[in-house]
Design a binder for this molecule. Structure first.
Ligand code: GYE
Length: 325
């Protein structure tokens, strides 16, 4: 019975003309050891300083090592980012660094690269773990612990307000791993805090002006809000503008915490307008290319290369603003 099934399967494979390569495409594509590579980097958008710092870091490291970088900018569209990856596949790059804008829509791009025999390393954002796995569909995810970032932001707010806060949450891009996890971490922390409540929560798409608009609307609906938790600094800066336009004093009437560590956020901390920001380090270049080299050598790569993050508040913002982006 088993033997018969096997023979039928074998015949099927032969008649379909499925090659050995396609059959072994179940496995992660390998990377040959070479001096110089042609590498893709599929960026999500370039409308904030974090993205620009990340792109600069990738370009600088590629140049330093003499690799050719095929760079694309999806301009905030997951559909364009899928097309960008497909174009890299068509150009025959050796490996693709992908910052998946959202967790689900980029799965087809990861799978297409795998089918084409091109290894993918996810940078800064992850994909849906039920649909794709590190070590099987892509090499690894290099990035921060977003759940931890959310917890640290909540903890800072807890300490500063003695556990009393009516919070407006400005969420990042809907369906992106940092938005999902920064929310999870924050909400988990405040579950045990009876007087810390989220009164409203909406996406500002990680963008400054969207953050400003959403904050304006939510502040009108909840004039008694005492805190704002933004999933990134750009939205926090937008919220500061919204507060000032509404005649409120950011940092006094409303306590603001967020994530990233941009120069503008550190300045807002120095100016007393923002309480703190949890770092999300954008300088991926060295880690990214070092991981690629380790993979080419045949090393077993851990499924998650964790990027460690610092914390900025008034105790260190002045001292560190010089190195901020
Ligand atoms: O916080 C934000 C950016 O994916 C970690 O995306 C990244 C986030 C970062 O647009 O500013």
């Amino acid at each position: 019975m088993l033997r018969r099934t096997f023979l039928m399967l074998a015949a099927g494979v032969a008649t379909l003309g499925v090659s050995a390569a396609a059959v072994s495409a179940q496995e992660l594509p390998k990377l040959k050891q070479k001096d110089k590579y042609k590498v893709g980097f599929a960026q999500t958008e370039s409308n904030n300083p974090w993205r620009i710092a990340q792109t600069e870091s990738m370009k600088a490291e590629a140049e330093k090592l003499g690799h050719q970088l095929v760079y694309t900018d999806a301009a905030g569209s997951a559909a364009k980012q899928v097309a960008d990856v497909n174009s890299m596949i068509a150009q025959g790059v050796d490996l693709i660094f992908l910052a998946p804008r959202e967790e689900k829509p980029l799965i087809p791009a990861v799978m297409a690269a795998k089918r084409a025999g091109i290894p993918v390393i996810l940078l800064d954002r992850n994909v849906d773990q039920n649909l794709a796995k590190a070590g099987r569909d892509y090499v690894t995810f290099i990035g921060s612990d977003f759940i931890e970032q959310g917890k640290r932001a909540a903890e800072a707010l807890d300490k500063a307000t003695n556990g009393n806060a009516k919070i407006i949450q400005l969420e990042g891009t809907t369906g992106s791993s940092p938005a999902n996890d920064r929310r999870k971490g924050f909400e988990e922390y405040i579950k045990n805090k009876p007087n810390m409540k989220i009164v409203a929560s909406q996406s500002g798409d990680f963008a400054r002006d969207k953050g400003r608009q959403v904050a304006e609307t939510l502040l009108q609906a909840h004039p008694d809000a005492t805190a704002i938790y933004a999933h990134n600094d750009e939205m926090a800066i937008g919220a500061i503008s919204a507060l000032e336009a509404a005649g409120k004093k950011p940092g006094q009437d409303v306590t603001i915490v967020s994530i990233d560590g941009t120069r503008d956020a550190l300045q807002a901390i120095i100016d007393g307008k923002m309480l703190a920001t949890v770092e999300s380090n954008p300088r991926f270049g060295p880690k990214a290319f070092e991981t690629m080299a380790r993979y080419a050598k045949g090393e077993q790569i851990e499924p998650w290369v964790v990027v460690p993050d610092r914390f900025f508040d008034k105790s260190n913002a002045k001292q560190l603003i010089g190195e901020a982006y």
